[in-house]
Write a protein that binds this ligand. Sequence first.
Ligand code: ZN
Ligand code: ZN
Length: 250
Amino acid sequence: MTFRLQVLGCGDAFSSGGRLHTCFLLSGETNGNGLSPTLLDCGATSLTAMKARGIEPAAVRTILITHLHGDHFGGLPFLLSDAHYRARRTAPLTLAGPPGLRERLRQATEALYPGSSRRESAFDVEFLELHEHRPAAVNGLRVTPFEVVHPSGAPSYALRVEYGGRTLAFSGDTEWTEALVEAAAGADLFICECNSYDRPIPNHLNYRELLTRRHLFDCRRMLLTHLGDDMVDRRCLEIEALAEGRIYNI
Ligand SMILES: [Zn+2]
Ligand SMILES: [Zn+2]
């Protein structure tokens, strides 16, 4: 059994340190069956990230979205445009995320490329709304959302993603909330946002508060992401941070 995460982007909204917006590629195999390529978040720079790493965007079958901010879902209009005009995609695509994803994506697509949201598509896009605490079966994955504290015009989630007996938990963006403890409980890998070192930033976490609460997370391994300027140059952190391009076994 394998369940792998490749980091395509782990930056914050401002691409601090030159990092790309949040985008993780999940892949795996269990009992001889492969997990179809899945993205966890698709920030504005994700199409660039995929092409830079030699990943064919049209091969992605499923995209999970934590919340409706541009650095987490803003890559979708570009990915859909690439699928339509360049890849001439015919395979279906599943987009799973908070209620309101379909309409926000339509608005974003229309703002960037007027008329494009009404174009005829040769492939089906299935929208799947995720609801707080309700596990959903999404193309071979079990996905459970936990609502976090991060205003985005729709519920913002931490996601628990299970496959082949392994569990990945991802905080999405949030300030401190007990929901993170629940989302990370028993996880093999917990990826947590950490936007600043000790400076409180509204609706985000900082390293100092995570360190004081590290013992609350019952996870096998914890890694940080979404680092701001004052975090990217820090070395010798007690909690390791994700590195772009790296592959992690979950
Ligand atoms: Zn973000
Ligand atoms: Zn956000």
